[in-house]
Write a protein that binds this ligand. Structure first.
Ligand SMILES: [Zn+2]
Length: 658
């Protein structure tokens, strides 16, 4: 099919276009409204971002060449990947070829012009070490000394942040998306860098679908880097993958929930019975067998620090007399899970201690996490007379290495977690805090029934991140359109926002907006910024007018014609048209950039064009509708949009409309 130019398509679609400033009624957005209002700014104290950088006269790149070599430790794949990442961007920004090299013991002398990436022997000889304070796994340090730069990382999790920081200060590097990278400096000199930082969330899993390289460069982890998820444990919902019913049910029926309301072999329809129906021997066998299964993973993967044993994705929990009794005793269904996880943790920690003793090495840090989700979301804690949450029993206090993975699926995600709409959630958080020092968190940032429509959490999510850091969350997954290769409705802005604000939750929201729109849309900044502000205003208005239909939930039916009048959608399409006109300056001077910017803008036009086809086809002639839909479908295919909601193909939807 011949792909139509969006401009000609829109000329067909909107024969008479009026200016964007005219209103559609009393609610028509004022761009200065909700999107830009001062947020409550619950800034968090105690985060670590000490960045002291000043210019120096030390030469780094001259005439596209450099004398420097980057040296990284032997047999460390993550370090090599990070070294390649640094060298690649130095070359792209300055054309200089930065040599990278594995370190050979005993070959360092202090006159060398090197960038040392976490080579212990070199750091020791230069007395580079972390200050004496508690640091997370993502901590890194950069020190300029003499002619060299020394990078020290607490663990492999710190490499990416150190590398981003090094590149930012030497060549002005910043990545905004898969296609947009900016270099603002020429790298002529190496600045004096004295930096000590760590990510406010140690472990961050990308929200929306993202290729592996972009995931890494934007500071996210793929799920299996944050939580063990390999081999037979290849899902977030892992309990019945560690202990599959088709292997164990016949010999150990008491390990599984009752009543079993579907075939016990359908793993997803079932849960583990965390009390083994009160049978002590079977309970011990269950604990032992899970430990054996975890041990296989521990022994084959020496890097991973978090194993999860999580309930399956359904609303079942065992209702055997023993589980009902435990639930009554502890005050919530999560109680028997915590008790069980603590038992397994005893075996895991003993095993790790034995290895440490036998090999005379430090004990490996391994955490076990479990879902506080669905029926297991509520903690076994209550408020005491002073209003402070306290454990219902000592049995349900998590061991130091046992961590609740809270997934509050019913929270209000349009408001921040500080908002009174989230009072119940705040109590859940405080309850779990009484049971565990650390927390993992799974939250949401899209409407799973309507992928093509906006979800108005843009300006509030940064507040939510502040709340979570304050509550001791160290692993975060803000689930978005995980199976959608191209996201409309400013999903790419959310990716960037997550990339920078999960690292430093105290950043200013409007500064991030300015930075992103200026770089991701260039000359089209103004109309695109107007569009997102208007979307935010419109959604805030909808929420006010239709509170039961447009709340902060992730399954609300927002794809309804009454919410999306034709005029407002036409105006948004027109803003995209104007944006396309503004980037014309690059058409001849930089066609590669032009095509990237054009793609970025067309991606945002998909939402209003989709909504026009969904709700306003009656106002088009048959031919107009056909050509409009043809062009929309062609753009969706070109950009690789796959779904219109979490589980259904957008192309089946288009076929239905035809
Ligand atoms: Zn049970």
């Amino acid at each position: 099919m011949k792909k139509k130019n969006i401009l000609s398509l829109l000329a067909l679609l909107i024969p008479v276009v009026t200016g964007c400033s005219s209103g559609t009624g009393d609610h028509y957005p004022d761009p200065k409204g909700v999107a830009t209002q001062d947020l409550e700014a619950h800034h968090i104290e105690g985060t670590l971002h000490d960045v002291n950088v000043s210019e120096s006269s030390i030469k780094f790149i001259e005439n596209g060449e450099t004398d420097y070599t980057l040296i990284y430790p032997k047999n460390n794949g993550k370090a090599q990947k990070t070294a390649l990442f640094i060298a690649d961007h130095i070359q792209r920004a300055t054309k200089a070829y930065l040599q990278i090299k594995e370190y050979d013991e005993g070959t360092y002398d202090s006159s060398m012009k090197i960038i040392c990436l976490d080579v212990e022997e070199i750091l020791d000889s230069e007395n580079i070490s972390f200050p004496d304070r508690e640091l997370g796994e993502s901590a890194y340090q950069i020190e300029t000394k003499g002619n060299a730069v020394f990078i020290n990382c607490k663990s492999n999790y710190g490499f990416i942040y150190a590398a981003q920081s090094f590149l930012k200060h030497t060549i002005g590097y910043q990545r905004y998306s898969k296609d947009i990278v900016v270099y603002e400096k020429d790298g002529a000199t190496l600045p004096n860098m004295h930096i000590l930082e760590e990510s406010d969330f140690t472990y961050r899993i990308a929200s929306n679908f993202m290729d592996i390289d972009t995931t890494f460069e934007m500071g996210f982890l793929i799920p299996s880097e944050a939580i063990y998820m390999k081999g037979f444990v290849n899902n977030y919902h892992s309990s019945c993958l560690y202990l599959p019913a088709d292997v164990y049910y016949e010999s150990h029926p008491l390990w599984y929930m009752s009543p079993v309301n579907t075939s016990p072999y359908q793993q997803n329809a079932n849960q583990i019975c965390y009390t083994a129906h009160g049978d002590e021997e079977e309970y011990q066998a269950l604990v032992n067998e899970l430990f054996e299964r975890i041990k296989i993973c521990l022994d084959t993967d020496k890097e991973v620090s978090t194993f999860s044993f999580t309930i399956m994705d359904n609303n079942n929990m065992c209702m055997c007399p023993s589980c009902v009794e435990a639930s009554a005793k502890y005050g919530a269904e999560s109680g028997s899970i915590v008790v069980f996880m603590n038992k397994v943790d005893d075996l895991v920690q003993n095993y790790l201690q034995e290895i440490a003793d036998a090999t005379n090495t430090p004990k490996r840090v391994v955490n076990l996490s479990f879902f506080a989700y669905n029926r297991a979301e509520a903690p076994c804690a209550h408020k005491d007379s002073t209003g402070k949450f306290v454990p219902n029993s000592e049995d349900v206090v998590c061991h130091p290495n046992v961590i609740p993975f809270l997934a509050p699926i019913n929270a209000d995600y349009v408001d921040s977690f500080y908002h009174e709409e989230n009072r119940t959630l705040q109590e859940t958080f405080e309850g779990w805090q009484a049971l565990s020092k650390n927390m993992h968190l799974w939250i949401y940032e899209t409407n799973f029934t309507a992928y093509m429509y906006p979800f108005n959490s843009y300006s509030t999510v940064i507040e939510t991140y502040r709340y979570c850091v304050d509550k001791g969350v160290d692993l975060i997954y803000n689930e978005g359109q995980h199976n959608q290769p191209a996201i409309t409705a400013f999903g790419r802005f959310k990716d960037y926002l997550d990339s920078v604000s999960q690292f430093n939750v105290n950043l200013d929201y409007m500064t991030i907006v300015d930075d992103f729109f200026k770089n991701y849309f260039r000359e089209a900044d103004e109309p695109m910024r107007k569009m997102i502000f208007e979307i935010q205003e419109h959604m805030a208005y909808l929420r006010q007018k239709y509170p039961s239909d447009v709340g902060g939930g992730i399954y609300q039916i927002i794809a309804q014609s009454r919410f999306w009048p034709k005029k407002i959608l036409d105006d948004w399409v027109e803003l995209c048209n104007e944006a396309l006109t503004r980037i014309d300056v690059y058409k001849n001077s930089d066609s590669a950039l032009y095509n990237i910017l054009r793609k970025n803008i067309i991606l945002e036009s998909l939402f209003p064009r989709y909504a026009l086809c969904e709700f306003h086809s009656g106002k088009m002639t048959t031919d107009e509708f056909k050509s409009t839909l043809d062009a929309l479908e062609a753009d969706c295919r070109t950009l690789n949009v796959k779904n219109y909601n979490e589980g259904n193909s957008i192309y089946d939807r288009f076929a239905g409309w035809r």
